[in-house]
Design a protein around this ligand. Structure first.
Ligand SMILES: Nc1ncnc2c1ncn2[C@@H]1O[C@H](COP(=O)(O)OP(=O)(O)OP(=O)(O)O)[C@@H](O)[C@H]1O
Ligand SMILES: [Mg+2]
Length: 258
């Protein structure tokens, strides 16, 4: 089986991209999938969320600029089957530097290829920054599909039309003809508010089966876990948040035939 590449993306900030990337990766690893979490966000939240220090020179920065191999940037985590390419602040300068180089949208795809060829991983999960800048577009060019977290709030639908547009552009331009949204996951659902129910209803009407059945609840435990450097299934295995990400993972595995 070839290694699958999925980017977790939404240009909107704070919608649950990193929480989803970290917890989905950890849950996939816990059911035996060999996972590489690729932190492509200069904020490095996925890196610290898994308990890794932000270390100078540890990110994809140099490989992105053609210096050295991305394979050498892979690090182990505390979890079986889960490895990571960490991020650090230097990644925030890479946009500007890449803009000047040739094939600047294909850099992630190019440097990821040797890793895919090793067959070491069942899937690579890319955590994208909150923008549609060059790093995110690189992830779009490298991924087979996108997983889009949407926060259960009033403006949820607005941002996603922008992603849909960019996906179509990337597809039509030939950069990545197969790119599609494999799933929309509703996050920070608060069952006590009408708004949450309304938003989920609206998003389902609009996106139909693309929306995962599983809805991620808003819980304090999910918000706390990163400060302990742990995914929720380690931080509080029997919490509602852990259960939600476990069920989402099952759905994800089935949908992707992973
Ligand atoms: N289901 C949830 N319940 C409670 N808090 C959550 C939940 N999901 C995410 N959070 C919290 O909301 C904040 C934003 O989440 P997260 O970092 O995952 O979003 P993001 O889309 O990656 O943000 P950014 O755009 O800055 O990268 C974080 O503090 C996170 O801990
Ligand atoms: Mg994030």
């Amino acid at each position: 089986m070839p290694t699958r590449v999925i980017a977790v993306a939404n240009q909107k900030g704070g919608v649950g991209k990193t929480t989803t990337a970290v917890n989905l990766s950890a849950c996939l690893a816990s059911v035996g999938k060999r996972i590489l979490l690729f932190d492509l966000d200069p904020q490095a939240n996925a890196t610290s969320g898994l308990g890794l220090e932000k270390t100078e020179g540890a990110s994809a920065y140099h490989p992105l600029l053609g210096e050295g191999s991305l394979l050498d940037k892979i690090q182990k985590t505390n979890y079986t089957n889960l490895e990571i390419i960490p991020s650090e602040v230097d990644l925030c300068g890479v946009d500007v530097e890449l803009a000047r180089s040739e094939n600047h949208l294909q850099r992630v795809k190019t440097i990821l290829n040797p890793i895919l060829e090793t067959g070491r991983f069942d899937a690579v999960i890319i955590d994208c920054p909150p923008s549609l800048g060059i790093l995110t577009l690189n992830a779009f060019a490298a991924a087979e599909s996108l997983l889009v977290p949407l926060q259960c709030e009033y403006y949820a639908l607005e941002g996603i039309s922008m992603i849909t547009r960019i996906v179509n552009q990337i597809r039509d331009s030939g950069v990545n003809p197969g790119l599609h949204i494999v799933g929309v996951v509703m996050t920070m659902f608060d069952g006590r508010t009408n708004l949450s129910h309304q938003v989920v209803h609206e998003v389902r009407e609009h996106f139909g089966e693309t929306v995962f059945e599983t809805v991620i609840p808003r819980t304090t435990r999910l918000a706390e876990a990163p400060s302990f450097g742990k995914p929720i299934i380690d931080y509080d295995k029997y919490s509602a948040g852990a259960a939600a990400y476990e069920v989402l993972t099952q759905e994800f595995v089935e949908r992707l035939k992973l």
